[in-house]
Design a protein around this ligand. Structure first.
Ligand SMILES: Cc1cc2nc3c(=O)[nH]c(=O)nc-3n(C[C@H](O)[C@H](O)[C@H](O)COP(=O)(O)O)c2cc1C
Ligand SMILES: [Fe+2]
Ligand SMILES: [Fe+2]
Length: 400
C-alpha cells in the first residue's frame, strides 16, 4: 500500500501481515491478519512515530521515500519497544544514521538490550513537548499499555493521539484504513475484542487509568498501531475499550461459555444434553470444543460472560488436557469471579473435578454444581444432564 495522508503533513505508513501464523508466537492470526501501522510527520523536522515489525522492509521504506528523503529523518518516536513496532529500528538507523530515538527512560534501557542502540537516544518524560516546525508532539507516560516502557504521543495542531497498542485490534487492513470507511464493523469489533483479551486485558486497570488521564485532552483522531484509524468517531473505540476493561473489575453479562473436550464421545453426549437444558432458558450460550479451538478464540467469551460450563473427562487422574489448557490461560489472563459448573465422564478413579477445583480456587470462580458419571451416560443420566444445564442457566439469569 502507498503512504496515505491523514492530515496535512501527517501520513499513515505501514504494512499488512497476512502470513504470520501466530501473533507473539502464541495467538492465531493466519486467517485474520494484522496491520503494523506507523506514522510519518513531514515537517521542518521529520519524525516517524513507531515503526513496524522486521517484515516487508522494502515496502515500508519505499513508503517513507514517497513522502520524504528517508536519510533525512530526524526523529523516531518509540512509544513501545515490542518488536512488532520496533523490528525495523536497526535497518532504519543504517539508512538514516543521524536519527534521534525518543522514548521513556525504560525505552532507553531496552533500546540497548534489544538492539544494542546506545547513541542518539533522548529520554522524554510525561508532558514533554517537541516542536517539529508547524507541528508539535507531546508525550504522555502510559506504562503497561502494553509494556512497562510504553507512552503515547499526541500531535497538538491536528489533535491526533498515537496510542500504539491501545485502541488497536487484530485484522489486516481490508481496504479501509479509517473508521468511516469500514464496511465490516462486526468483524472489526470481534477481532478487536479478541486482541483486547489476548493482549491488553491483563492491564485493564491501566487502560481505565489512561482513559481517565487523557479525558480532558481534545482528540480529533486516534491513530493506533494496529488496524483502524478513528477520525469520525474516536470516542467509539475509547468507549469499547473502557467497556472491555470494566469486565476486569466486576462487570459481567448474562451468558454461558460452554467449554468441553471428549476423547471417545461420552462427555460429548452429555454436553448435548446440558446444552439443551441451557437453551430452554433464555440465556446466550457459546460452545467451544477445546481440542479444536485455540484458547485465543475462547477467551473473549470467558472474559465477558458470567457463567462457565465445563465438560471434561478424566485423563490420567486429572482433567482432559485441552480443557485444562484453556482454564490455565484464563488464569494467566486473570479472568476472575465466574460461576462455574462441571460435568464429565470417568473410567475408574475420576480426578478431573479435583483438578478443576485446584485451578479455579485462586480465580475465585464459584463451583455451583457438578455432574460426574462413569463411562457412557445412561438415558437417566442424560435427563439429569439436561436439568443440570437448565438449573445452571437459571442461576446465571438470576445472578446477573
Ligand atoms: C489416556 C486415558 C487416560 C485415562 N485416565 C483415567 C484416569 O486416570 N482415571 C479415570 O477414572 N479414567 C481415566 N480414563 C478413562 C476416561 O475418563 C473414560 O473412558 C471416559 O469415559 C472418557 O470419556 P470421553 O469419551 O468423553 O472422553 C482415561 C482414558 C484415557 C483414554
Ligand atoms: Fe505490544
Ligand atoms: Fe503491537
Amino acid at each position: 500500500m502507498p503512504a496515505i495522508e491523514i492530515k496535512p503533513d501527517v501520513y499513515w505508513i505501514g504494512v499488512n501481515d497476512r502470513t504470520t501464523d501466530l501473533f507473539e508466537g502464541l495467538w492465531p492470526i493466519a486467517k485474520e491478519g494484522v496491520s503494523y501501522n506507523s506514522y510519518l510527520i513531514d515537517d521542518e523536522k521529520k519524525a516517524i512515530i513507531d515503526l513496524t515489525k522486521s517484515f516487508k522492509g522494502d515496502e515500508y521504506l519505499d513508503q517513507i521515500d514517497e513522502v520524504t528523503d528517508i536519510s533525512q529523518v530526524d526523529f523516531v518516536v518509540v512509544n513501545h519497544m515490542e518488536p512488532d513496532h520496533s523490528g525495523l529500528i536497526r535497518t532504519l538507523r543504517r539508512i538514516a544514521p543521524r536519527v534521534t530515538f525518543l522514548g521513556s527512560a525504560k525505552t532507553k534501557d531496552m533500546l540497548e538490550s534489544f538492539f544494542s542502540i546506545k547513541e542518539n537516544v533522548r529520554v522524554v518524560n510525561d508532558g514533554d513537548t517537541l516542536s517539529l516546525g508547524k507541528r508539535t508532539l507531546k508525550f504522555f507516560s502510559t506504562p503497561f499499555l502494553h509494556w512497562p516502557e510504553t507512552m503515547m504521543t499526541y500531535e497538538v495542531s491536528h489533535r491526533i493521539l498515537f496510542p500504539c497498542d491501545a485502541f488497536g485490534g487484530y485484522g489486516a487492513i481490508r481496504g479501509a484504513i479509517f473508521d468511516d470507511e469500514c464496511k465490516d464493523f462486526d468483524f472489526y469489533q470481534k477481532e478487536a475484542l479478541r486482541y483486547y483479551v489476548n493482549i491488553v486485558a491483563s492491564f485493564s486497570a491501566r487502560v481505565l487509568g489512561a482513559i481517565e488521564k487523557l479525558a480532558d485532552l481534545p482528540i480529533d483522531i486516534i491513530a493506533p498501531s494496529h488496524r483502524l484509524i478513528w477520525r469520525k468517531n474516536p470516542s467509539l473505540i475509547v468507549n469499547l475499550y473502557k467497556n472491555w476493561a470494566e469486565y476486569a473489575v466486576g462487570k459481567t453479562e448474562p451468558g454461558i461459555t460452554l467449554i468441553y473436550g471428549s476423547m471417545y464421545g461420552f462427555t460429548e453426549s452429555m454436553m448435548d444434553a446440558v446444552a439443551q437444558g441451557i437453551s430452554r432458558e433464555d440465556v446466550p450460550l457459546e460452545i467451544f470444543d477445546a481440542s479444536r479451538t485455540h484458547p485465543s478464540y475462547i477467551l473473549p467469551s470467558l472474559w465477558t460472560k458470567a457463567g462457565v460450563m465445563i465438560g471434561a473427562p478424566t485423563y490420567e487422574v486429572s482433567m482432559f488436557p485441552p480443557v485444562e489448557a484453556v482454564l490455565n490461560m484464563a488464569a494467566h489472563k486473570h479472568i476472575k469471579n465466574k460461576k462455574v459448573a462441571y460435568f464429565g465422564s470417568y473410567g475408574w478413579s475420576g480426578g478431573a473435578r479435583k483438578n478443576l477445583e485446584k485451578i479455579i480456587e485462586p480465580l475465585k470462580w464459584e463451583l455451583a454444581d457438578t455432574l460426574e458419571f462413569k463411562g457412557c451416560p445412561t438415558e437417566e443420566e442424560l435427563k439429569k444432564g439436561e436439568e443440570f444445564g437448565r438449573r445452571f442457566a437459571e442461576l446465571i439469569k438470576k445472578g446477573t
